[in-house]
Design a protein around this ligand. Structure first.
Ligand code: CNA
Length: 280
């Protein structure tokens, strides 16, 4: 990916800086904000991401004896051997973790009337826990919030699922089929809501992409759907998805929590953000 030349002026921002993004939001010209987020917004809650070397789930899966790390989320492998997935699910199950200040920031943008959609790859349901309205949320890879039999597709009760997940045992449907949370595994199609909401990426005035290596498709193609007059801000530990190659791209390399705190401070939203976060 070629980074845009300094000589090329941005179209909607006054400069390719965080300050200019803040100015754009304050100007009132920016009315529709779309978030595109991944595992990096939840690492400070204690949930490891996939790919960070050393701490990511993929570096810590050897003990599960998988043919390759992605197999834990592969539907054909799950049919043969659901144990690794349920071992992991026990460690990662929702209810154990609290939303971060980054989740609170998305909620605040919603309360300001500026949130068009929040597309998330995360399955931890922390966006729901942060009170981001359901109609604004697109859980692109599903979530742990419901579950079905992979054979007869019958729903499975939440309370029974909770018992199995917390004890690390394998839930089975009365038909004998395996039960799986409604998270999208490799080899499965994404939920309808993802496809239905795709055009919203093209309607954004500002896209804030946070905590994702943008390596899982089709989600990773979302930022490319932003229109030419959409500013794109990446808040991430590392560069990702070619953000920085367009005229209105801004990079904020560092943690998501530090990034949103800085935005809130410069926007004059610091106290509101802190209060919202404390209530979660
Ligand atoms: P990933 O590929 O592991 O990438 C995470 C990205 O976030 C990397 O670029 C990191 O550098 C960056 N990062 C990590 N911590 C921070 C931080 N504190 N601040 C800023 N950046 C940080 O994960 P993706 O989400 O891109 O990959 C998509 C997968 C991961 C989806 O299918 C998810 O379902 C899956 N996943 C979800 C969770 C969760 O629900 N919390 C956890 C682990 C994996």
């Amino acid at each position: 990916h070629e980074v845009i030349d300094d000589d090329v002026a941005p179209l909607v921002l006054s400069a390719r800086t965080v300050g200019a993004v803040v100015e754009y939001i304050k100007s009132g010209e920016c009315q529709k904000v779309v978030f595109m987020v991944g595992a990096g917004i939840s690492t400070s809650a204690g949930i490891p991401d996939f790919r960070t070397p050393g701490t990511g789930l993929y570096s810590n899966l050897q003990r599960l004896n998988l043919p390759h790390p992605e197999a834990v989320f592969d539907i054909s492998f799950f049919r043969e051997n659901p144990v690794p997935f349920y071992t992991l699910a026990r460690e990662l199950h929702p209810g154990k973790f609290k939303p971060t200040i980054t989740h609170a920031f998305i909620r605040l943008v919603s309360e300001k009337g500026l949130l068009l959609k929040c597309f998330t790859q995360n399955i931890d349901t922390l966006e729901r826990a942060a009170g981001i309205p359901a109609e604004k949320l697109v859980e692109a890879h599903g979530s742990f919030a419901s579950q079905h039999c992979i054979d007869c597709k019958a729903p499975y009760p939440d309370s029974d699922m909770y018992t199995h997940i917390t004890s690390g045992t394998i839930p089975r449907c009365p038909c004998g089929g395996l039960v799986k949370p409604d998270i999208t595994f490799f080899g499965e199609s994404l939920p309808h809501t993802f496809h239905e909401n795709l055009p919203q990426a093209g309607n954004a005035d500002l896209a804030i992409i946070m905590g994702s290596s943008l390596s899982v498709y089709p989600f990773a193609a979302l930022p490319a759907r932003c229109g030419e007059r959409c500013a794109r801000l990446l808040i991430n530990m590392e560069g990702a998805g070619g953000i920085g190659t367009r005229r209105d791209d801004v990079l904020m390399l560092g943690t998501c929590d530090d990034g949103v705190k800085r935005l809130a401070k410069e926007l004059g939203w610091e106290v509101e953000l802190d209060n919202l976060y404390k209530e979660l």
